[in-house]
Design a protein around this ligand. Structure first.
Ligand code: 26W
Length: 810
């Protein structure tokens, strides 16, 4: 369909009238935004329908990406970009006296995720649609997404995220695709026609209702679907007979308890709690999802015995692990297959990605609770485990300890990662180092049992959102130097390196960065009232607040720098602005304490006249996708300073690199691959390496007090935490102080302190040679193409899913 400016103007006016029942001149920005959203949906509707029609022919493998989190952010601008009508639309709106950017700002972020894992799922959706993969996202439509963070008196305060308060223009409710999900009850054995059948009885059923969002591919007329499930009671709004008996409250209670399942996203990103409601959520996603996939496949004429040839089911971390026993249940109980056949189909359809090695994040469900909630699913897991342990016994006869370590059920728990490894055909890590750690440490026994299942798929980010959309000026520079090819083929960015010989290109790069920094400075001033200098180095750490990510290490070196400035007011440094943003899990005391520390440092330093313009510290509130889009293009230095081995991959490191920031890196996660891509001269590396870290864990030898006693700078900043420098209440930062010293910090912040400071001094020197600095930035941009999620998706499609790209006549 050709969409011209005049068409947009006409359609837009008509849509506005239809939606709001009044003239455009009388509308507000929210109404205007909704109108544009509806129009985009309308423009993509034909392609959406035809894509689905194509998929129903079962010619292509259908990939279902199951994830408890999808952190989409805003959809308007990217949808316009992918439809190829962004500029035309901007011009059309201008004629109607409407500023497209103002409308974009009306859109609430769709924040149905905690951090990296959820954002990765969103990048993957964009890449699957844009590289012609039949990829469907399945998730939960939480009524309240990730909480809104307010900073009050320097502390994090959590406020409910009411993202659905005004209409979500992107979704379409598909009542006819609803599925029934069953909890509790008992299982009875029946013999029918000489065959044993297990029947689930006396269960409590809820209705899972899907809401579909179009995922528009980049200029390829392909529109995939993100299907999010919401829970309703079956048949009735409330129990009318109870109402008639005057038990209205009781009937409402029931409704509320059912709807609680899809009410709120768990705000935990690396800590497993074992809550019943969370288990209900996980089963809801999986049961509704798998039933839906099987129903769709069968209604399109698929033969159940060939299911795995047409369907790939991917589980994003262990959260949707129950897809494995749920598929078994459907194949056996409902489709009547024998165990062996069902098992083969299940294993060859399902694949699993691990995103973390933190022990406290590994899911394991208490058997008693599980059995009570999901009796039939539990039986199936037990059977899987029995057969598997028998296999183990034949391979490792007599090795009881090993077998009990590897067993899926043990110590009264069901171990989800073990179930994944056994029940799938592929297990992957998200960066080379991470995969090696899985193979050789965390999952080494499984690796020797099933070596061919293990593989690496280094993460990626969609360059459409994280370059083209969020950095239009840089995109223009790239277009004018290397042409438009990189938009479809991001590895073409490598051609940019040639142009770095041209000093006018480097100057242009510097100017673009400066403009982006000015824009962010304005935002900082408007939201925080802090005046920052756009000519200073923008030194950025934005991510979830967690001890392993070491925001505290960053704090300590800022405190050290402050001490140096106080000692020597003439200290010659390039001015710096330290920018933080990130949320702490509401129950994570130490992380919340870290937020308070950052804000106290900010208060102290920004208001000390002796510091002047040399350094400023800013903590921006409510980190989310749309804020990241403003911060990333404005960064000079990207802080990726996790304790080596702890950050599975990191993905903001890739976003910053693509926008020409230099990485300050430990050799952790994908930082290593960034270093390999840009060369050691274009990244700054410091700190312990993986071997050293494992050596500490294995043999001990780390002594925080020793470092404190021997290093006067460490001693001084540590004392500053409790001597009233940053808070009149000397107890306030005791938790951080104690975790670093008395508890001998398992993340070795003090061990890396000196090395980190030296590395930061190196940045100061490098930045003084602006030509050299711009060269480094340019190389980072040029080498960032391999970190596009288009590359990652291609690797999943060919290496795991066996999914081909779709070519259609359109
Ligand atoms: C059960 C609670 C829970 C919820 C989420 C535990 C763990 C998680 C995720 C695994 C946390 C997460 O987002 N992990 C991040 O995944 C990114 C994408 O692969 C990686 O880049 C990050 O390194 C990893 O921390």
């Amino acid at each position: 369909m050709l969409i011209t400016k005049n068409k947009i103007i006409e359609d837009y006016k008509e849509k506005f009238l239809e939606l709001h029942g009044k003239e455009l001149v009388d509308g507000n920005n929210l109404q205007k935004y909704e109108t544009l959203g509806e129009l985009v949906k309308k423009y993509s509707a034909k392609d959406w329908a035809s894509t689905n029609k194509e998929y129903s022919k079962l010619k292509n493998k259908q990939v279902y990406y199951l994830s408890m989190e999808f952190l989409l952010g805003r959809l308007l601008d990217n949808s316009l970009l992918n439809l190829g009508i962004r500029e035309t639309c901007e011009e059309a709106l201008k004629e109607l006296n409407i500023d497209l950017h103002e409308l974009e700002d009306m859109e609430q972020d769709q924040g149905l995720g905690n951090g990296g894992l959820g954002r990765l799922a969103a990048c993957f959706l964009d890449s699957m649609a844009s590289t012609n993969i039949a990829g469907h996202g399945f998730g939960i439509r939480y009524k309240y997404g990730f909480f809104e963070q307010q900073i009050i008196d320097g502390k994090q305060v959590e406020v409910a995220d009411t993202w659905l308060k005004s209409r979500n223009v992107w979704e379409i409710k598909k009542t006819d695709k609803s599925e029934i999900v069953k909890f509790y009850g008992k299982v009875e054995m029946e013999v029918k026609k000489g065959k044993v059948k297990f029947v689930h009885k006396d269960y409590e059923a809820v209705l899972a209702v899907p809401y579909d969002t179009p995922i528009i591919g980049y200029k390829n007329n392909l529109v995939n679907t993100l299907r999010l499930w919401s829970v309703e009671t079956i048949c009735k709004e409330f129990d009318f007979s109870a109402f008639a008996r005057g038990e209205f409250i009781k009937s409402q209670e029931y409704k509320n308890s059912v709807e609680a399942i899809s009410l709120v996203l768990y705000p935990e990103d690396s800590f497993y709690e074992g809550k019943l409601l969370r288990l209900k959520q996980e089963y809801l996603l999986v049961s509704a999802g798998i039933q839906n996939i099987v129903n769709e496949y069968k209604s399109n004429g698929g033969n159940i015995s060939l299911f795995n040839e047409s369907v790939a089911i991917h589980i994003n971390d262990t959260h949707p692990t129950l897809a494995i026993p749920e598929l078994m249940r459907i194949l056996i109980d409902e489709e009547g297959l024998e165990w062996e056949e069902a098992w083969e189909i299940t294993q060859s359809s399902v694949s699993y990605t691990n995103h973390t090695i933190l022990a406290e994040a590994l899911e394991k469900w208490e058997v008693d609770m599980f059995k009570n909630l999901l009796p039939r699913v539990y039986m199936i897991i037990e059977e899987i485990n029995q057969r598997y342990c028998k296999e183990l016994w034949s391979i490792y006869p007599g090795e009881w300890d090993k077998i009990s370590r590897m067993s899926i059920i043990g110590d009264g728990y069901i171990r989800m990662a073990s179930l994944d490894i056994v029940g799938s055909h592929s297990v992957n890590g998200v960066a080379k180092l991470h995969t090696e750690i899985l193979k050789n440490q965390e999952m080494s026994e499984f690796y020797s049992l099933y070596p061919s299942k293990f593989n690496n798929k280094t993460n990626g980010i969609t360059h459409r959102r994280w370059l083209i959309k969020c950095n239009p000026e840089l995109t223009e520079l790239l277009k004018s130097t290397i042409g438009e090819g990189f938009m479809k083929k991001p590895t073409d960015l490598k051609m940019f390196q040639e142009h770095l010989k041209d000093s006018s290109v480097k100057l242009a790069l510097a100017n673009i960065k400066l403009e982006n920094k000015k824009r962010l400075s304005k935002e900082i001033y408007n939201t925080k009232g802090i005046m920052v200098n756009p000519n200073s180095i923008f030194d950025v750490q934005v991510k979830r607040i967690h001890a392993y990510k070491r925001q505290t290490l960053n704090c300590l070196r800022i405190m050290d720098l402050y001490n140096r400035i106080i000692d020597n007011p003439n200290l010659d440094i390039v001015p710096r602005t330290f920018i933080f943003a990130g949320k702490a899990a509401p129950g994570y005391y130490l992380a919340k304490n870290t937020i308070e520390l950052i804000n106290s440092i900010s208060n102290k330093i920004n208001n000390d006249y002796r510091v002047g313009d040399k350094i400023k510290v800013v903590m921006m509130d409510n980190y989310r996708v749309s804020l990241a889009e403003k911060i990333v293009p404005a960064a000079d230095l990207s802080e990726q300073i996790s304790t080596t081995t702890k950050e599975a991959s990191g993905t903001s490191n890739m976003k910053f690199m693509m926008n020409g920031a230099i990485t300050m890196a430990t050799l952790d996660g994908a930082n290593i691959e960034i270093k390999d891509a840009v060369g050691p001269e274009n990244i700054i590396v410091f700190g312990l390496n993986a071997k050293e870290v494992f050596n500490y864990y294995k043999n001990g030898g780390y002594n925080a007090w020793d470092i404190y006693n021997k290093d006067s700078r460490v001693k001084r900043v540590m004392n500053n935490l409790i001597d009233g420098t940053y808070s009149a209440d000397k107890e306030r930062f005791k938790p951080i102080y104690e975790s670093l010293l008395n508890y001998n910090d398992e993340f070795f912040a003090l061990r890396d302190f000196n090395d980190y400071i030296d590395a930061q001094d190196k940045v100061d020197k490098l930045y003084r040679d602006l030509d050299k600095w711009q060269e480094m930035c340019g190389v980072n941009i040029a080498k960032s193409g391999i970190f596009s999620s288009d590359r990652t998706i291609n690797e999943y499609a060919t290496g795991i899913w066996g999914a081909n790209t779709i070519y259609r006549n359109l």
